[in-house]
Design a protein around this ligand. Structure first.
Ligand SMILES: [Zn+2]
Length: 83
């Protein structure tokens, strides 16, 4: 599993309650942390948004691989598991 063609991922506070989460299809409340994914489709920039928890659930394997790679390269990653 990977992030596929997505080139950028970021976390931000939602400035409005209008964006829909691509996983659970519920609206992301204003002020709630959300993950944005850069979705550059045929030159049109249209970011996709996710609840932080939904994104983590969706990308668990990728996150595990990333942490594993960091550890193998000598970075100590300490997660408390509270997603
Ligand atoms: Zn969601």
């Amino acid at each position: 599993m990977s992030l596929g063609e997505s080139m950028a991922v970021w976390i931000e506070e939602s400035p409005s309650s209008r964006a829909e989460c691509r996983v659970c299809h519920r609206l992301i409340s204003k002020g709630e942390k959300r993950v944005g994914e850069d979705d550059n489709w045929r030159g049109f920039w249209s970011p996709r948004y996710y609840h932080l928890k939904c994104w983590i659930r969706q990308n668990k394997e990728f996150i595990k691989e990333l942490l594993q790679a960091l550890r193998e390269n000598g970075f100590e990653v300490d997660l408390d598991g509270k997603a």
